[in-house]
Ligand binder design. Structure first.
Ligand code: ZN
Length: 87
């Protein structure tokens, strides 16, 4: 190891701070997901299975807006009655 002890300590504590930040941020993101209604829209954007999106009929392709809190597989296609899937 060619790094002096003080430098190594600095790197170490910096890494530790980053990990601590990540943990804190990860926690707050999870909490934010729980109070999504209050936190506002778009916060979870980029997650494939986020609360926004569409449910799609696998049979006829009919799409309906995904309802928050209602899984697509609990929706029925209004045209043919097939169980919807995540769009
Ligand atoms: Zn359908």
């Amino acid at each position: 190891m060619n790094v002096s002890q003080p430098t190594f300590n600095r790197i170490l504590s910096s890494a530790r701070r980053k990990i601590a930040d990540a943990l804190v941020n990860g926690k707050s993101i999870r909490i934010g997901g729980g109070v999504y209604e209050m936190a506002g829209r778009g916060r979870m954007g980029g997650f494939g299975a986020g609360p926004e999106g569409e449910c799609v009929c696998p049979k006829c392709g009919y799409r309906i807006p995904h309802r928050r809190g209602v899984p697509c597989y609990q929706e029925k296609c209004p045209k043919c009655g097939t169980t919807m899937v995540r769009g």
